[in-house]
Design a protein around this ligand. Sequence first.
Ligand SMILES: [Zn+2]
Length: 210
Amino acid sequence: MAQFKTHLAGWVIAGAGVSALGIFTYELNLIQACAIFVIGSVGGLLPDLDSDSGKPLVLVFELISVLIPTLLFINFIRQEWTSPEFLICYFTFSYLFINYVVCAAIKRLTVHRGIMHSVPFALFCGGIGYLFFASSGKEIATIAGLGVLAGCLVHLVLDELSSLTLKFGFIPWLKKSSGMALKLKSNSLATNLLIYSLIIIVAIKIVFVS
Ligand SMILES: [Zn+2]
């Protein structure tokens, strides 16, 4: 696993890169570019959802516990559920549910460097990123999806690079952990069926919302 600081730099570069792409191709305004930067950087954290401890895991759960309820809140605005009482209950319980219940379930169900460290998981996260931003229009949703995908892929590449070592001080050599991050499938057939089915479901949903 790459160092936390290396990952941090990778997320920021991925977020900033996709954000700049959005500014030049779709003329995003400052708020939109900033949102894409955040979402791209969070994408870089997502593969480490499968680690059982450490700074990245704490940070990723803190962030998604705030970001997911915020992104879903637009549905409640449409229903005009915006009273202070509703807001307090909605944000408090969403935060507690994601940060504690979902976090505990993910810790229990995943293994480190399992399917969450893989290209299909990155594609799935990119698709979810698109869907979260679908209400802002196709262009922003595309950039958001690309931002999450790029963040995840940068994370996987950094993990792969960290599995290289130098033999005799100068010959690049693969460690045992090599090939465990940038992979297309896990060893479990059920997990592979699940992740590829989820990708298909997300892809169908993207076609319907577009
Ligand atoms: Zn990792």
